[in-house]
Design a protein around this ligand. Structure first.
Ligand code: GLY
Length: 375
């Protein structure tokens, strides 16, 4: 346990990461970066699901360096995220991603009561999406005229920590109850026996009966979207962190074994694990970074042999990302090259994406021995 975080490559990668976040604080500033093209991050609106990752990176770096610009930029972004709660219309299940890494982080680091209120309001919004009969948190609004009232997605499991946090913060178990109902549904309906996961599962929104599954961002309904597997792995581990229920840790380990067993030699998965032919297909380094941080989470709670296994596997993934996919020598704002957002829609394919960068930084923080999460 003690040796990995002391390794020189971890420290060197962490210092490179902190330096780049510092540089980006000047170049990107108080925008919401999403994907990088020709070395420059584009911007997404404050209500985008990915809007929390840049503030999250700023807070990770601020905790290390105490840099005033990092704090000032993150605080400005949090204010703008808070405004989306009143604007409301575009928000959905991903308020956990958005507000855990911005408002909850700011509250944890600065004790800011306004940021705490934003986190709690977001938790209420998330809890309000719970379908009681189906036991699931509803995904997305009805985009493009499509009825999503009975849809749940695997990514949503990463939003549950906002509910667990709200329960702890308020001394009120209702939010945790909803989170556990959703996690149990995901265990039953999403995670397959082999550890892979569906992306979208559909239910009758009235009765809660399951009606089918959809490919979503994966190759096919019964394939294994790489990032979906990573969300499952890390999401179940975080549910264990808050509840100590063994079934969640077992689920996280099952997903992790699947993830590891399908990796190519350089540890960066193709965007789906079950592509008929991966020749020429893009990787998704974001999935690798998420899975690495998730495996480091599993390692905190597993028995000593499993903990060694997952910690070592995670370190191998992060080291390969650093050596083979780190954009260190280039004029590139992204940290990790070759992430893939949504292949079927040709959206953000084979480019740096902000959540890949966030989870890479978070995994390095864990490899150095840091366990205080904003989640
Ligand atoms: N939550 C959306 C994604 O992983 O792309």
């Amino acid at each position: 346990m003690a040796t990995v975080e002391k390794e020189a490559w971890v420290e060197a990668a962490w210092q490179r990461t902190i330096a780049k976040i510092g540089r980006n604080a000047t170049e990107i500033g108080a925008r919401f970066p999403h994907a990088s093209f020709d070395g420059v991050y584009n911007s997404c609106p404050a209500h985008d699901w990915g809007a929390g990752f840049w503030p999250g990176m700023l807070w990770l770096a601020y905790r290390e360096t105490g840099g005033e610009l990092l704090k000032k930029t993150a605080v400005e972004l949090e204010t703008r995220l808070g405004e989306t709660l009143v604007a409301y219309d575009e928000l959905h299940h991903d308020v956990g991603f958005m507000f855990s890494l911005s408002s909850v982080a700011q509250y944890k680091l600065l004790g800011d009561p306004a940021a705490r209120r934003h986190g709690l309001m977001a938790a209420n919004l998330l809890a309000g999406r719970f379908n009681v009969n189906g036991g699931f948190i509803r995904a997305w609004p009805d985009w493009d005229g499509e009825d999503h009232s009975g849809w749940a997605i695997i990514d949503c499991i990463m939003n549950l920590p906002l509910l667990y946090w709200a329960s702890e913060e308020l001394g009120d178990p209702r939010y945790k109850h909803i989170a556990m109902r959703h996690a149990d549904m995901a265990l039953r309906e999403f995670l397959r026996p082999d550890g892979s996961a569906y992306h979208i599962v559909c239910f009758d929104p009235e009765t809660g009966a399951r009606s089918g599954a959809l490919a979503g961002q994966g190759f096919a309904a019964d394939s294994a979207w790489a990032r979906g597997t990573a969300w499952a792995l890390y999401g179940f581990a975080l549910s264990y962190r808050y509840t100590a229920q063994e079934r969640y840790l077992d689920a996280a380990k099952r997903a992790a074994h699947y993830f590891l067993s399908r990796l190519p030699a350089d540890k960066a998965p193709y965007w789906d694990f079950l592509l008929q032919d991966s020749t020429g297909m893009p990787r998704d380094t974001s999935a690798a970074a998420i899975a690495a941080s998730g495996m480091l989470e599993i390692a905190l709670y597993a028995d000593p042999a499993d903990a060694r296994f997952f910690r070592s596997a995670a370190a191998d993934v992060v080291r390969s990302l650093d050596e083979n996919y780190g954009a260190w020598e280039q004029k590139e704002q992204g940290l990790l090259l070759h992430a893939t957002g949504y292949f079927a829609k040709d959206s953000n394919v084979d480019v740096p994406i902000i959540y890949g960068d966030y989870f890479f930084a978070e995994a390095l923080m864990k490899l150095r021995g840091g366990n205080d999460l904003f989640w």
